[in-house]
Write a protein that binds this ligand. Structure first.
Ligand SMILES: O=C(O)[C@H](O)[C@@H](O)[C@H](O)[C@H](O)COP(=O)(O)O
Length: 244
């Protein structure tokens, strides 16, 4: 059972929210939507790309998607953002994707990581941009997560590069991020390539994240609640998949 709502009343930024009974049903529904977006792009272009987030929430979704009957050898997977750590670190989003998504049928997908092995994300930017030039664009699907501080991707409040990251006029596809709350330096896609995806999803669980999202929909500063930048600039109301 899902409940769907889309409200654009008052000053609240609109979203298209689908509520699911539990994390497992949520993950399955998201996997079905993403698979559909990938199929559509493969049908028109012969290839498709998917950018996913790290963190804890996506694991069930990765496992649901990995078994989907797709032409995985025509699919390129990359990350929305990455912590600047090698894949041997348990903080590595690339390692998470390899462990939970690139398994079974999905093992045939191409994976293009953001981490380059350079000492800093600034040092790695040029090579990371070159690697991303191999990824078909626009993305067929982008799946975002959100933190309790309303960050999404690595758009962290207080990061000196946040303004550039959330400004759709920024030319660069990627920026380096340093923020006290981020744990380690990071690299992130900037907003324009993310909102340019054929299908853009926000995957969140629990009442607290729902409250954080609703607060970001109220008039306010996107530098303080960065998910607001996605809500503001997305060409369609953001597709939010949520469970209590
Ligand atoms: O690498 C990362 O940390 C992310 O891509 C980040 O934006 C994540 O999506 C949120 O922090 C939510 O993380 P959780 O799912 O762990 O709550």
């Amino acid at each position: 059972m899902t409940e769907t709502s889309s409200d654009d009343d008052g000053d609240l930024l609109p979203i298209a929210l689908t509520a699911h009974p539990d994390p497992e049903a949520l993950a399955r529904a998201l996997a079905a939507h993403v698979a559909e977006a990938l199929r559509r792009r493969i049908a028109s272009d012969g290839a498709a790309s998917l950018a996913v987030s790290g963190g804890r929430t996506p694991i069930r979704f990765f496992e649901a998607l990995s078994g989907a009957p797709l032409d995985w050898d025509k699919i390129t997977v990359t990350l929305v953002d990455e912590r600047w750590v090698p894949e041997t670190s348990e903080r590595s989003n690339a390692a998470l994707v390899r462990r939970h998504l690139l398994q079974g049928p999905a093992a045939a997908a191409h994976f293009v990581p953001l981490y380059t092995g350079d000492a800093t994300p600034e040092d790695g930017l040029e090579d990371a941009h070159a690697a991303m030039a191999m990824v078909p664009r626009p993305f067929a699907a982008v799946v975002l997560g959100m933190g309790d501080d309303a960050h999404t991707a690595s758009f962290f409040p207080g990061a000196p590069t946040l303004y550039a990251a959330i400004d759709p006029r920024t030319d660069a596809d990627l920026v380096a991020v340093h923020a006290a709350t981020a744990g380690e330096p990071r690299i992130t896609f900037t907003i324009r390539p993310l909102i340019g995806a054929d299908a853009l999803f926000l995957h969140i669980e629990g009442p607290h994240k729902r409250m954080v999202l609703d607060a970001a929909r109220e008039p306010g500063d996107a530098l303080e609640r960065p998910i607001r930048a996605i809500l503001l600039h997305s060409p369609r109301p953001l597709d939010v998949l949520w469970c209590p």
